[in-house]
Ligand binder design. Structure first.
Ligand code: CA
Length: 224
């Protein structure tokens, strides 16, 4: 899962980035509304945390432009502005949630998880593929009910493949799903993560197919 933080307060953005990375999200950060507008044109993020008082382009304008491009990406407004007018405007412009500063991190993270669930897999917190069970709240994977020890990167790759089980996911999509800016994840690294996942999940009966030239496909077993 890849999150974009749009925030001009460097201290807050830094703390938030670190906390979310700790929770195994890939996090990008931009300071201005203009940068946010540009970055959001590329549509690689799963959730956007948007401040309103931003240099160059106000958060409301960023949101307006985003929805004018018909982007469905979930947006959580995180702002010091707590008036009813601002809340109504934000939600009417297409924000999915609205939180005011100061905020509690556990609540912010719970709201992020809710947005991801809504966006990716209905209201379920668990994705099941064969003997594999991915718990998007606890961010852990069980194979045949036993926890599987995965690194953050391995978990990211598996998460992307499970969310799209039965469909081909390209290596480029996996790279995008994983990488933070400034921290390149190469195509070769993806091959390594998939290799490790195959080993760690060897006994689960889960099959990761390599689709030559296209990417990977997590087979959806038929039947229970
Ligand atoms: Ca601000």
């Amino acid at each position: 899962m890849r999150i974009l933080i749009v925030e001009d307060d460097a201290v807050l953005a830094d703390g938030l980035t670190r906390a979310l990375r700790q929770s195994a999200y890939a996090v990008d950060w931009v300071r201005t509304g203009i940068e946010a507008d540009q970055v959001l044109s590329s549509a690689v993020h799963d959730v956007v945390i948007l401040d309103l008082g931003l240099p160059k382009l106000d958060g409301f304008d960023v949101l307006r432009r985003l929805r004018e491009r018909s982007s469905p990406v979930p947006v959580l407004i995180l702002t010091a502005r707590d008036s009813l007018d601002d809340r109504v405007t934000g939600l009417d412009l297409g924000a999915d949630d609205y939180m005011t500063k100061p905020f509690d991190l556990p609540e912010l993270e719970a709201r992020i998880r809710a947005l991801i669930r809504r966006g990716q897999c209905g209201t379920s917190t668990t994705i099941i593929v064969g003997t594999l069970r991915y718990d998007s709240v606890g961010r852990r994977v069980l194979a045949n009910d036993a926890p599987v020890d995965l690194s953050a990167r391995e978990l990211g790759v598996l998460e992307a493949l499970m969310l799209r089980a039965g469909r081909v996911v390209s290596k480029e999509q996996l790279v995008e799903h994983l990488c933070d800016w400034g921290e390149e994840v190469g195509i070769n690294a993806i091959e390594v993560y998939v290799h490790r996942l195959r080993k760690k999940l060897e006994k689960s009966g889960i099959h990761f197919r390599t689709i030559r030239g296209l990417g990977y496909l997590l087979e959806k077993p038929s039947g229970p």
